[in-house]
Design a binder for this molecule. Structure first.
Ligand SMILES: [Zn+2]
Length: 266
């Protein structure tokens, strides 16, 4: 006879459940004493999405061994609620946000670089490489693949909900509260290298003569040496950056009113 535990997933963790099973108790049967993390991931929720686990009202870690009759409440990251360091299952947030994106997120990578967020993107990186770079360089893994964040070595990840790059950027800004850290035009859109100001003499070979005569300020990528200057393309990007940051600020405002207690967050 198997043992049983009842799970309840809160707020956006329900995105990972089939529609019919969202916002409802879910009974799982099990043999032996599996870790709560393994059972949660078997249900479909990646461990990287989880902030806190309560078992029969007590805060527990991922390695907690399930017992017959346990009642498990699983909570996502709380943007507006301080649950206290002791009860978090996720490691402390990474201080300087840096990302690595899977092969389907090239457009999002460019938007994040445009806003000044360190974003590694390789169009041929396999899952193994994504996970190992994320772990080694302490980068947050961004993906729409719900299996990838379940890898054991991945500690910080976010599963994007939208398929639209600008909406994805808004999700990332909101989820990691990045608005105040944006530094548009500090990173190369092509290679993620740092941009530094350079004088006209240093870029004479890389800039058309028509531009040289009109412009005085240039920035150059320290890695790939690409030169950027204010112009049509730059102006368009600047508008995109401003719009995105404005949209993120507008979304953020209403959220600050909703300081919900965990049991109210469904
Ligand atoms: Zn570059």
């Amino acid at each position: 006879m198997g043992k049983r535990a009842t799970f309840r997933f809160y707020a956006e963790l329900n995105d990972f459940l089939p529609p019919a099973r969202r916002f409802a108790d879910c009974v799982r049967t099990f043999l032996g004493s599996p870790s709560v993390k393994d059972v949660i991931e078997a249900v479909g929720v990646p461990h990287t999405e989880i902030e806190m686990i309560l078992v029969s009202g007590e805060s527990r870690g991922f390695d907690y061994r399930l017992q017959d009759g346990d009642r498990v409440s699983v909570y996502p990251m709380f943007e507006a609620l301080d649950v206290g360091a002791a009860s978090r299952v996720r490691p402390e947030p990474l201080r300087v946000p840096a990302f690595i994106l899977d092969v389907h997120l090239g457009k999002l990578a460019k938007i994040l670089r445009l806003l000044g967020f360190d974003s590694v993107y390789e169009n041929d990186a396999d899952d193994e490489r994504l996970a190992s770079v994320a772990a080694r360089e302490r980068r947050i893994l961004l993906t729409r693949d719900r299996q990838l964040p379940k890898r054991r070595i991945v500690t910080h990840a976010y599963c994007l909900r939208s398929q639209q790059p600008r909406q994805q950027a808004a999700e990332v800004l909101r989820r990691f509260d990045l608005l105040s850290l944006a530094a548009p035009f500090s990173l190369c859109l092509c290679c993620n290298g740092r941009l530094e100001p350079v004088g006209i003499d240093a870029v004479a070979d890389a800039v058309p003569s028509g531009v040289r005569s009109r412009m005085t300020s240039f920035v150059r990528c320290v890695s790939c040496r690409k030169v950027y200057w204010p112009g049509t393309h730059y102006d368009r990007l600047e508008r995109v950056a401003c719009e995105l940051l404005g949209e993120a600020a507008a979304i953020r405002e209403p959220q600050s009113h909703g300081k919900q207690r965990p049991h109210e967050s469904v």
